[in-house]
Design a protein around this ligand. Sequence first.
Ligand SMILES: [Fe+2]
Length: 911
Amino acid sequence: MLTIPQVGQQTTSHSHQQPAVLLLQKPFIHGSVAVGRGRCVRRPCSFPRKQTSRVRVSLNKQPSSTTKVVVSDTTEIQKSVNVKAVLTIQVSSGGFLSSIGINQGLDSITGLLGKSLLLELVSAELDSETGTEKSTIKAYAHKSGNDDNETKYESSFNIPADFGTVGGVLVENENHKEMFLKDIVLEFTDGTAVNFTCNSWLHSKYDNPHKRVFFTNKSYLPSETPSGLRRLREEELQILRGNGQGERKTFDRIYDYDVYNDIGNPDKDTDLKRPVLGGKEHPYPRRCRTGRPRCETDPLSESRNGDFYVPRDEAFSEVKQLTFSAKTVYSVLHAVVPSLQTALINSELGFPYFTAIDSLFKEGINLPPLKEKGFLKNILPRLIKAIDDSDEILRFETPETMDRDKFFWFRDAEFARQTLAGLNPCSIQLITEWPLKSQLDPQVYGPSESAITTEMIEEEIKGFMTVDEAIKQKKLFILDYHDLLLPYVSKVRELKGTTLYGSKTVFFLNPDGTLRPLAIELTRPPIGEKPQWKEVYTPCWNATGFWLWRLAKAHVLAHDSGYHQLVSHWLRTHCATEPYIIATNRQLSAMHPIYRLLHPHFRYTMEINALARQALINAGGIIETSFAPGKYSTEFSSVAYDKQWRFDLQALPADLISRGMAVEDPSVPHGLKLIIEDYPFANDGLVLWDAIKQWVTDYVNHYYPDGKKIESDQELQEWWTEIRTKGHEDKKDEPWWPVLKTPKDLIDIITTIVWVASGHHAAVNFGQYTYAGYFPNRPTIARINMPTEEPSEEFWNNFIKKPEGALLQCFPSQIQATTVMAVLDILSNHSPDEEYLGEQIEAPWAEDAIIKAAFERFSGRLKELEGIIDERNANHELKNRSGAGVVPYELLKPFSDPGVTGKGVPYSISI
Ligand SMILES: [Fe+2]
């Protein structure tokens, strides 16, 4: 018969274990009120000492949230203190608590024996006599209760009086399944507590015998690390860095770099071979190394078999996974898209009428029987609707743009307005030189002079000014996709069912602050025997000219859609941020204040990026099959990285200045004078930028009062070096990398990283369905040439007879359009557990009074920004964000409800 030992029984290895325990009534505690996990923890400033002869024992909890047992010099008998450790485990569907199968029986027995988790308290101090680490104090934790979402485990410890401050806890998971540990709280008999915020998966000791270490919520610069924790701090970083060998397993926590060599799938089909992105030929940021074997047919490519590993703690939380983000994205990609392909057999078929597009929002598309019946309509209620028990349809919600103004997409004013307040407000730039000229080699691409002439422009702006005056007065702007796209034109034209041009679109700044499109130039380079072809289209007062202008706009919008998705969105946010995450985990300890500052900005980014490599940016994936550069899509983003990406220009002010959209002016708010005063992305973005910068300034200055501490912080210096030389290795020799010597340098670097992950990403992500859900507003691809480019007689006649037909033919096919709509709907969605910038304070920030106060100011400024944005949207003078049928600009409004709301700035790039 089994004898079950008392749960929580201590198995200390401590050499000074005391057989008798003197429980303190109310230990002495130094420090002020501390806050843990949203609740105040009382910290009394004195206690009624229990006098027992000459013995005086006190429990000294430093303001540092560590625990210390202090014994007076006169102590002759050592006393111990009773502490209860409470662990909160999140109930998970795939982890320990629902484990089924052969190991469940074993784990149940382990649990009954009270041996699910082995804890060891680590002293922050070295032994003063020997200078070595003190022995840890061990105890098993046992299950003490649970509700729907959480299970509590408890253990009790007797901390000997000479143990010193508790600085860490080692945890070993004795089960066969992993567990998600939210936090550990050490509770003292007087009701006070010390928190260890963990939010981490505990691997089973059978998978990996290495114990996990968690430090208290107090942050330490490396040089200030308590002596008893130094070894653990360094060893933990070594574990996270790994040795660069072998294939990663799902329970691993290793962060390492690799090139993008898993986009292609040459083993499946030679046509799915793609160049390696990362390296001299195709510079690119690095991704997380997975260590999978190479392809059989191409030794340069990594096999796509098996998991797309991300370090275990980068995976979506169970809540997020089960209800939204990953699961919904995955469902759309793996269930809805294939079923669309079955429902719409002809992959090249366009929409025959505009009413057929409208029917997507009314009748929907009948889907063939889905594999997992009922599953999709539960998880994607916005998209999948049941007609009856047996039939399911895909029916789209009407985007807000369309809902407010059915004809919004057709108007030039809206086309121009969206360059300032739409989905891609990052491309418009000031024209500073005239005439326009290409930088490409004329030997290869034909004459470099633009066909947009002074006369053409003056024809459009006469009555206002000459071109010379317009340039001087900064009134001419451009969307320039000429030099980036032209090298791809002949290659893309070889692909089936598509075409491409280089494009330039010129705008004039009206006296009322709105932009007016003046001219679109489309260019084809010499191809074979054919010379360069280019033509300029202008808004027109005759029917043929008008429809040509409308078709030219469709081409430009396809260019802008491709650039938006591949550069403004994927490259500049998702892709460029992954190396920051890897470097932060490899070089900054979890107890480093900068790690703790950045951590919420990195949540789930690696996971969503891995998903993108699986099904969005992969060879033959959704981007390649639906966007303008086709199979050259990711390669195109590598060209943009090579030619355009600079770390310093990711800062919003520098970005605006570099595009000529602002000039420095210390006399105005934000120190920047906007050339277009009503530029909603910049107007709201600069308020947000300043709020982030102030918060980062307060935080950084608290930990680094001077530059010496920055220069001597080895972890921080290694971190920045690694971002530059490993994460963005192909740009390592660029002169524009900021140096990291002063607190100001660090503030600028961190503010830039935070802005990209929060504000910039929100601006280019959460309006995707609003602006591109009705695809005629932003077609992702233009499939046929302009009717004026060497047309056949039949093509020209058809265009003259029914120009609307040419536009529909040019637009994405039915399958391209609906696939993209379904994906954009999901990508524009906020999860119910979305974490918005400045909404909830992180537990470690809350435990430092100065940081807590700074965060509250930050949060207050974001709430002010909400009011500012509402006010601006209500101001009818601001015509780029307010007016009849115009969707207000709310993309940088910090907070949001769940769903597709077109607002809300999360901390991180999580979708
Ligand atoms: Fe995104």
